[in-house]
Design a protein around this ligand. Sequence first.
Ligand code: ADP
Length: 404
Amino acid sequence: MAILTINAGSSSVKFTLFPSDADTPRASGIVERIGLEGTRLKARRAGGEAVETPVPGADVDRAVEVILEALGHPQHGVIAGVGEIEAVGHRVVHGGERLTRPVVLDEAAKAYLESIVPLAPLHNPHHLRGIAACERHIPHAVQVAVFDTAFHASLPRHAFLYGIPLRFHAEDGVRRYGFHGISHKYVAGEAARFLGRPPEGLRLVTCHLGNGCSVTAVRDGRSLDTSMGFTPLEGLLMGTRSGDIDPAAVLYLMERHGFSPAAMNDLLNRRSGLLALAGVGSNDVRDILAAARNGSNQAELAVEMFCYRIRKTIGAYAAALGGLDAVVFTAGIGENAPEIRRRALADLGFLGILLNEALNESPAAGPRAVHAASSRVAVLVIPTNEELEIARETRQALAEQRRP
Ligand code: ADP
């Protein structure tokens, strides 16, 4: 039997098929460019080559159908038929205040997800479409939702509330939710395993640095604070997001330029961050680091701003945790950009963080330590694996459901 993970976004549906009882995927891929020219399926069997198939005009429902056709293909497939799929784990960005652990999707859970669409208007509607498509095409399978917000449900009130009248939390749900929780949880668990220590007593700062960036303080395997807030906009500088900015500056700009809320939202989420600051017409850190090396002062400043925010958040979370055992880097930038790791940790020797430059620069893959032998705090690079975390949590939800 198998577990399928589905991540349905605005223009793509990503999938991975796991055996029900093992962590090594049998196949994975994506239907991309949904709603655009050139919609295609890219699929890969374990150990095989990626195969591309055009699927012109496919919507989310059709995307799920072609994924299932590919998985069950008589020659190239990996399962005899959809009957082998016992559960589908859906990545869902927002679980609101109520869905704080993986849930089997019944009518009530889906109705709640509908009701919180205003909290995640760019994500949850696509997830709901993915869920509906899987219900239609794999009706016998148990559908499970795994939430990006759930890991942060353990934040204490003093960390998740904002300094505005409490009624805006009670009536409008305005609070810090935090995101990237599937990734933070996965790497925190893997870090404990790598260090050979139980999560209990371990104080970690996990840095997920990809297109979106967030830092989480983890104690005893639980999220204690996290840099993203009510939306993913808060906190670090990101590829195209501003991160922290005084809300009064936002209001000032709206008044002065007559920006609508939608225009301001677009400016802060899609036209700010590294893209706006580096001046290289790209938000890819590889391009920006190359420009900085080639003498661009503007790109250099953007990199320094990016690293400085990570650095000061690590310091803040060391205080929140009352000490620090390890800093963990993950995601596209965190895993692959030694210069960013080095600069983010610069001058943190006073916290007991000392990098081993050679280990840090080494292009090794897989979980690894990159700190100096004399470092009191471990510095780890742990490749994230959100699909595996979703599969594991789906497996767990399935087991709980079946328990008498
Ligand atoms: P997402 O958040 O969309 O899952 P990823 O975690 O894949 O994104 O991260 C994407 C980012 O990782 C890219 O924007 C790019 O800047 C960065 N990245 C990938 N490889 C490298 C590298 N070798 N050096 C620096 N940055 C990299």
